[in-house]
Write a protein that binds this ligand. Structure first.
Ligand SMILES: [Zn+2]
Length: 287
């Protein structure tokens, strides 16, 4: 009986730790610190109950397969939907949009926080309860459906996050660091290592999603070895998504390797970025 209880407690702990930063990643974080890179972390964003709901909801898969009842592509500017450009031929023929006013190319990082006039886009709720920019909803659903058809099981564990929410989380963490004996400056610096400074996270845009394998929900480098990530890494571009923080681009993105964070940029741009093995920063620099 005792064993059963211990086993159950272990299982519950495992579930609660889903989508959490791990000691392994924290080590990586420290290594990266020397390179002046920041970490865009999602660990403290999700509540355990959200994750349990996600895992526990048997309806989840079916509901995400259903066609979205109302798509809102029409609401945006006419040029917005690059995914509808029909034949993207060779790379040189792809129409490269200017970075200005391109909603799908909006940059948010430590160097370029969101502009002051940034407005939260129309959001659409996923079956998991997470929200995304309504303009990426359809492509995201297609990607998840096709992944499942290919025999892998990705699930979303984080998506849109408001600046206010991020600020609350950030301040809570700073308070904890101060409680543990740090002065304010050090507390803020330590917090910025594990939680993106409010206004600099791509999750504010509604264009970023964290996707993990249903059988391995930890946010660490091992995520890259899961069947879901192996599929996503070579197929996500077809749906307009890029793996945003590759392993060998830390010096450019300023973010540690995150083999779970996907960013929507539209199909043409995603294809160009995938084929050239570059980052969004490099793409924008070149255009
Ligand atoms: Zn993320």
């Amino acid at each position: 009986m005792k064993r059963v209880i211990i086993l159950l407690a272990g299982l519950i702990l495992l579930m609660l730790s889903a989508c959490q930063i791990t000691p392994h990643q924290e080590n990586d974080t420290k290594k990266i610190e020397n390179n002046l890179a920041a970490v865009e972390d999602h660990s403290s964003i999700e509540t355990p109950s959200e994750l349990i709901d996600e895992k526990g909801s048997k309806k989840q898969d079916h509901s995400s397969i259903e066609a979205p009842p109302e798509l809102t592509y029409e609401k945006g500017p006419k040029k917005q939907d690059h995914s509808s450009i029909e034949t993207p031929q060779k790379l040189t023929d792809v129409k490269i949009p200017k970075k200005q006013n391109q909603w799908n190319l909006l940059l948010a990082n430590g160097e370029f926080p969101l502009p002051e006039d940034f407005r939260v886009p129309a959001l659409k709720q996923l079956s998991t309860g997470h929200m995304v920019d309504s303009r990426i909803y359809e492509d995201l659903q297609h990607m998840l459906v096709d992944a499942k058809a290919a025999g892998v099981s990705p699930i979303i564990c984080s998506a849109y996050r408001s600046v206010d929410r991020q600020t609350t989380l950030f301040n809570q963490r700073v308070a904890r660091e101060i409680d543990s004996g740090k002065n304010e400056e050090n507390a803020v610096a330590a917090t910025a290592m594990v939680i993106a400074v409010p206004g600099t996270s791509e999750h504010h845009t509604g264009l970023a999603v964290d996707i993990v394998d249903i059988n391995y929900q930890l946010l660490n480098e091992e995520q890259e070895n899961t069947p879901a990530q192996k599929w996503l890494m070579v197929n996500s571009y077809k749906y307009g998504f890029i793996l945003r923080y590759p392993k060998d681009k830390v010096d450019i993105t300023g973010i540690v390797y995150e083999p779970w964070h996907y960013r929507y940029v539209g199909k043409d741009v995603a294809k160009a970025i995938f084929e050239r093995r570059i980052t969004l920063e490099e793409y924008l620099d070149a255009h």
